[in-house]
Design a protein around this ligand. Structure first.
Ligand SMILES: NC(=O)c1ccc[n+]([C@@H]2O[C@H](COP(=O)([O-])OP(=O)(O)OC[C@H]3O[C@@H](n4cnc5c(N)ncnc54)[C@H](OP(=O)(O)O)[C@@H]3O)[C@@H](O)[C@H]2O)c1
Length: 276
C-alpha cells in the first residue's frame, strides 16, 4: 500500500499530501470508489453537500474497514446555507448523511461575495471547531481579499483554501499569499478536468523522462508546489496511478515546463460565480 506524506496545518492537524475528489459521483459510485481508494492507501476524501453523494461517501468510509481516525474527511457548505444558524444546521445535515461523529475538514464552498454572508458562516465554522464537531475549518474559492476580511473580523485564518489549480491556471500569486499566511493550498481539477492538460507535449516529455504517465507528472508538479491535489477517479487503476507520485522528483526546469503554456481558468470566477 502506498504511503502518502502529510502536511501539518496551521491548527496542528495533519493533511495528507494528496486526496480523492468525488464529484460528479453519485451515492453508489462514491461508496464503491471511496472504499477502493481507502483500500489503496488514500486517506483524504473530498466531498460537498452540493455533490449529493455524502451518503455514499460515508458508506464507503465504513465499508473500507480503515479506522475512522486515519481518514481526513472533507465536506463543504453550499451557498444556499450561508449565514450563522443556517451553517450550523447545514453542517448537522452533512454530518448525518456522512454518518460520522465529526468531520475533519469543513470548507465554505464558494464565497458568494454578492450575497455577502460568508463572514457569518465563518463565525459558525469557528463555533463548530470549538465544539469539537469539526477538526479543521477552511474555505474554497476565496480570494486573498476574502481571506483578509475573515482574519480582520474574527482573528481566525482558514487552515486550507481549496482553489482551481492546474498547469493551465497555476495561481502563483494566491499560492504566495497562502504561504505568507500559513494556509495550505488544495488544488481542485488538478488534472485540468476535461481540458487538454494531459495531452500537452511538454507534460508528455516530462512524463517520459521519468517513465510515468502525464497524470502522474502533473500530480507530482502539484505536490512539489506544496499544493494538495484531489484528483477524481472512479477507476481503481487510475486511482492507484494517481497516488503513486512520491517516488520521483521533477527538477526546476521540468516544473516550469509543465505550466509553461497559456494560462486561463476552466471554472468560475470567485467574484462572480454563484453556486447555491
Ligand atoms: N471546491 C470546488 O469548487 C471544486 C470544484 C471542482 C472540483 N472540486 C473537487 O476537486 C475534485 C477533482 O476535480 P475534477 O473532478 O473537476 O477534475 P480532475 O480531478 O482534474 O479530473 C477528473 C477527470 O480526469 C479523469 N482522470 C483521473 N485520473 C486520470 C489519469 N491518471 N489519467 C487520465 N485521466 C484521469 C477522471 O476520469 P475517471 O474517473 O474515469 O478516471 C475524470 O474524468 C472533484 O472531484 C471535487 O472533489 C472542487
Amino acid at each position: 500500500m502506498t504511503h502518502i506524506p502529510a502536511h501539518t496545518l496551521n491548527d496542528g492537524t495533519s493533511l495528507p499530501a494528496l486526496g480523492l475528489g468525488t464529484w460528479p459521483m453519485d451515492d453508489a459510485e462514491a461508496e464503491r470508489a471511496v472504499a477502493e481508494a481507502l483500500g489503496l492507501g488514500y486517506r483524504l476524501i473530498d466531498t460537498a453537500t452540493n455533490y449529493r453523494n455524502e451518503t455514499g461517501v460515508g458508506l464507503g468510509v465504513s465499508a473500507s474497514g480503515v479506522p475512522r481516525e486515519e481518514i481526513v474527511l472533507t465536506t463543504k457548505l453550499p451557498g444556499r446555507h450561508h449565514g450563522y444558524e443556517e451553517t450550523l444546521a447545514s453542517f448537522e445535515q452533512s454530518r448525518a448523511r456522512l454518518g460520522v461523529d465529526y468531520v475533519d475538514l469543513y470548507l465554505i464552498h464558494w464565497p458568494l461575495p454578492k450575497v455577502d454572508r460568508y463572514l457569518d458562516s465563518w463565525k459558525a465554522m469557528i463555533k463548530l471547531r470549538e465544539d469539537g464537531l469539526v477538526r479543521s475549518i477552511g474555505v474554497s474559492n476565496f480570494t486573498a481579499a476574502h481571506i483578509e476580511r475573515l482574519e480582520k473580523e474574527t482573528g481566525v485564518l482558514p487552515s486550507v483554501n481549496q482553489i482551481e489549480l492546474h498547469p493551465l491556471f497555476p495561481q502563483a500569486e494566491l499560492r504566495a499569499f497562502h504561504e505568507e499566511k500559513g494556509i495550505r493550498t488544495e488544488s481542485w481539477s488538478p488534472l485540468g478536468r476535461g481540458s487538454d492538460v494531459l495531452d500537452d507535449p511538454a507534460v508528455a516529455a516530462v512524463a517520459e523522462a521519468h517513465g510515468v504517465t502525464p497524470g502522474q507528472a502533473v500530480l507530482r508538479w502539484h505536490t512539489q508546489l506544496g499544493a494538495v491535489p484531489i484528483p477524481k477517479s472512479a477507476d481503481p487503476g487510475r486511482q492507484r496511478q494517481n497516488l503513486d507520485v512520491f517516488g520521483f522528483e521533477l527538477d526546476a526546469e521540468q516544473l516550469r515546463a509543465i505550466a509553461g503554456g497559456d494560462h486561463r481558468r476552466l471554472g468560475g470566477d470567485p467574484e462572480e460565480h454563484e453556486e447555491f
